[in-house]
Every structure is written in structure tokens, then in C-alpha cells.
Design a binder for this molecule. Structure first.
Ligand SMILES: C[S@@+](CC[C@H](N)C(=O)[O-])C[C@H]1O[C@@H](n2cnc3c(N)ncnc32)[C@H](O)[C@@H]1O
Length: 256
């Protein structure tokens, strides 16, 4: 049953991804080109914000590569980006949009054991309908969603099954949000607006699959960048977005 769902979803993704995004991609991102600051490493991120804590890189798949584009340690750079923010932001509440197997949640929790972490993922059956977006890069059985943090018996994590298209933030104020659900630009745009409605200046948003250099090459990355570009163009995102070289993470401190 699951394999059937997975292969249906995979072929939906393959077909729609290639057809859709070429037309959706903006060739340039004027606001992002002006606002993105490229950093060499997480030490520079610490310097920017005057942080002291080093990231704990507790993520079981950190050295894996499923795709050739992952071979340049981008998972390490991603983990450093996310973990450095979680380690230092002193968040009371963090939200991950897009749980998948829960390895990102494990990383977030390892760096912020006192933070209440909510992680939200669409139910597989709903994902199949297309109501959760088209650019979904990971499809898994319901029992597998969040399995990695459940194995660790983490007490500061709460799992939510919902589609962000219809979910409204109901977890109080959010100090850090890691947005990694559907990669459709419309979803990135709406997910960000939703979390911003529960944030204050100084809070942090992290977008996954954000990399300006790779935007013209990988459709889902281009789509995420297009969503963030629109947020900048419409004034929802103001000012700098930091990016550690080779990572796929955009780091934004919510402005005034
Ligand atoms: C790339 S994976 C997340 C990876 C995870 N954050 C990590 O670091 O390991 C994306 C996940 O988002 C989920 N997703 C996609 N569209 C969604 C939506 N509209 N609402 C909630 N979850 C969604 C997918 O089912 C998938 O499990």
C-alpha cells in the first residue's frame, strides 16, 4: 500500500516538478541579490550576531548524500546553519514545518533542549491529493514521520499532523521557525506569512532549499527562492538574509 502511495507521489512529483518550475522560476531575484549576505562558515554567523555557542551536529544523516548535489558537505553546512541558530537564539518556542523522518527535529532539539519544539507535517494521504503543494521532495508512511525523534524519546518535541495550507498557528508566539515543507513558492510565501504573524522583531526564520547560486539549476530551490523574493518585494521580509556558503539554508532575523 505504502509503496503504491510512494510511487504515485513520486511520479506526481517528477512530472509536476519538471513541467512547472521552469516556467515559475524568475531568472533573477533583485531583492535577494541585494539582501543575501554570503558567509564562509558558522563562525561568521556567530560573529554577526555576537553569539558564543558552537553548534552540536547531532544529525544521523549528516554525512549521507542521496543526490550528487549533496556530496559537497551541504548537509553539514545546513546542520551548522540550523544548529547555530537553535544553540544561540534562546527560543522558548520553535517550529519546524516539514518533519519528514524527524532528523531535523533531532538536530534542533539537541541544540535547544529547553525549547519547546513543534514539528508539523501533512498526512501522506492528503499530500497525494496535491492539496499540500506540488514540490514535495520527501514522501513517507505516516508511522515514519518523526520516527527519529520518537526513537530518542525527546520530551520537548510535539508532533502535529496538518497541511500548512489550512493550519493556522495556534502554538503561541514562535521564536524560531524552520520552514521546510512544500517547496512551491506559494507555500513558502504563505508559510512564512503565517509564522511572521506569531513572531516579533529579533526572532528567526530559516528557509530550507534556499541557495541563490543553485536556484537556476534545481527547480525546487528556484521555487523556494522565488517565494522569499516575493516576501522581500512585498515588504514582509526586510533587510538581510544570511547564507553559509554551500548550505541550502537562508537565515533571517525578523526586522522592525
Ligand atoms: C524536505 S522534508 C522535511 C525535512 C526535515 N525538515 C529535515 O530537516 O529532515 C519536507 C516534509 O514536508 C512535508 N510537507 C510537504 N508539504 C507540506 C504541507 N503543505 N504541510 C505540511 N507538511 C508538508 C512533506 O511531507 C515532507 O515530509
Amino acid at each position: 500500500m505504502f509503496n503504491k502511495i510512494k510511487s504515485k507521489l513520486k511520479s506526481r512529483i517528477d512530472n509536476q516538478v519538471s513541467a512547472q518550475v521552469a516556467s515559475q522560476l524568475a531568472p533573477t531575484f533583485p531583492n535577494l541579490n541585494a539582501n543575501v549576505i554570503e558567509l564562509n562558515n558558522f563562525q561568521e554567523l556567530k560573529k554577526v550576531f555576537g553569539w558564543k555557542g558552537d553548534p552540536i551536529l547531532d544529525r544521523p544523516d549528516i554525512d549521507d548524500f542521496d543526490y550528487i548535489e549533496d556530496v559537497n558537505e551541504r548537509r553539514k553546512r545546513d546542520s551548522e546553519s540550523i544548529a547555530t541558530v537553535m544553540q544561540n537564539a534562546q527560543a522558548k518556542v520553535a517550529l519546524e514545518i516539514g518533519t519528514a523522518n524527524g532528523m531535523g527535529t533531532v538536530l534542533m532539539a539537541a541544540n535547544a533542549p529547553k525549547t519547546k519544539i513543534y514539528t508539523i507535517n501533512i498526512e501522506p494521504e492528503e499530500a497525494l491529493t496535491g492539496a499540500g503543494g506540488k514540490l514535495i521532495t520527501v514522501a513517507m508512511q505516516k508511522e515514519e514521520i518523526g520516527i527519529e525523534f520518537r526513537k530518542r524519546k525527546l520530551t520537548n518535541v510535539e508532533q502535529i499532523y496538518a497541511n500548512t495550507a489550512t493550519w493556522e498557528p495556534n502554538i503561541g508566539m514562535i521564536d524560531v521557525a524552520f520552514i521546510d515543507g512544500s517547496h512551491d513558492s506559494e507555500f513558502v510565501y504563505n508559510d512564512t506569512k503565517k509564522v511572521l504573524s506569531a513572531m516579533e522583531p529579533g526572532d528567526f526564520i530559516l528557509w530550507h532549499d534556499f541557495n541563490l547560486e543553485l536556484a537556476p539549476k534545481y527547480n525546487w530551490i528556484g521555487s523556494v527562492c522565488a517565494g522569499v523574493e516575493r516576501l522581500c518585494a512585498e515588504g514582509y521580509v526586510k533587510g538581510r538574509i544570511f547564507h553559509i556558503r554551500d548550505s541550502w539554508v537562508g537565515i533571517y532575523r525578523v526586522g522592525q
